[in-house]
Every structure is written in C-alpha cells, then in structure tokens.
Design a protein around this ligand. Sequence first.
Ligand code: S6P
Ligand code: ZN
Length: 190
Amino acid sequence: MDIPFTFTVPLPTAVPTRADKHLERRLSALKGQFLDTERYQAMLAEEDRLVYEVYEIHRPEVPGELLLGISVVHPGQVGQEFFMTKGHFHTVLDTAEIYYVLKGEGFMVMETPEGACSVEALTPGKVLYVPPRWGHRSVCTARQDDLVTLFIYPANAGHDYGTIEQQGFRKLVIEGAAGIEVIDNPRWKQ
Ligand code: S6P
Ligand code: ZN
C-alpha cells in the first residue's frame, strides 16, 4: 500500500529532494520548433545546448492518480525566440493541469484544437490552471534565471507531441524591438 510522502524544492537551486526520473531536453530535441531555422542550425552546429529539464515523481498512470514534478526552462534564445519546452496536448484531451511558479519569469503559451488561444505571464507565486483541451508550452524570458514550475496533472493524461511538432503553437514569444512581444506564428496555417 502507498504511504503519503513529501519532498522539498529548495531555492535557489530548485532541484527537488526527490525525483524518480530526470529528463534533459536539448536543442536537438526541438527540431522544427524555432522560427529562425538558420540560427537554430548554426547554434546546433556549435553546441547542443540544454534547453530544459524535468524532474518527475513516478506514479501509476491510471485514473485517480496524479503525476507531478518540477520543470526547469533555462534562459536562452534562438534568434529572437526564447528557449521553451516542446509543448503538447494531453492524449486524453479532457484532462487539466496546474502549474505553480517557483522562480523566474516567462509565459505559458496555450491553445485548443477549436482555435482558442491564451498566453499567460508567469511570475513567482503565480498559480496557473490549464483547463482540459488546452495544449501548453512554457517559455523562459529571463536573461539569467531559470523558469521553475511545479506541475500536477492526472496520471492517465498522456502526451501528444505530434500535433505541435507539425506547425507549432499559434502564438510565439519573442524579443522584439520594444521588448518581449507575443506575435502570431507565421508558420501556423488554418
Ligand atoms: C506534463 C507537464 C510538464 C511538461 C514539462 C516539459 O503534462 O505539462 O511536465 O512535460 O514542462 O514539457 P514538454 O512539452 O516537453 O512535455
Ligand atoms: Zn501537460
């Protein structure tokens, strides 16, 4: 039988004291996601930089259970676009997710298959509820600091990366002339 458990996420390192799996995603894992493909190739040729990490707690992937962990998106840019997660829909679309921002600055880019979209600023202490059906991607916009979030979602949700891999999200977060801007993704076709 399971027994209740705790873990802590000491700041500023934000490495949780418990993690059953530590996942590292590098530039090469984000092929096709950044708009500036020339800059992407040039950066990749130089170094396959670490873009984000995920610390996961294992639970059985069945209804009733929750999956949780810590996501750490590192600062960086490919051209004008900030470092970000791959982003996904949940395979079981009707499953929600909660994010709690522990550290850093950034955005959550979200959209539904029905065409709604939303981009929420993430700052320490903020709680974000991502409703069922909303695909989501975290973007780190700080120059030096990681964007660190705690995430919690139904254990049977699963991940659909394929839809986003095809043409990305409808919105992009970039460093524009006047600062951070949210723009339409020119690659996105109706
Ligand atoms: C899972 C949850 C997070 C992400 C993590 C990395 O549903 O949304 O754990 O997995 O932020 O993002 P991605 O898009 O590579 O899974
Ligand atoms: Zn998710």
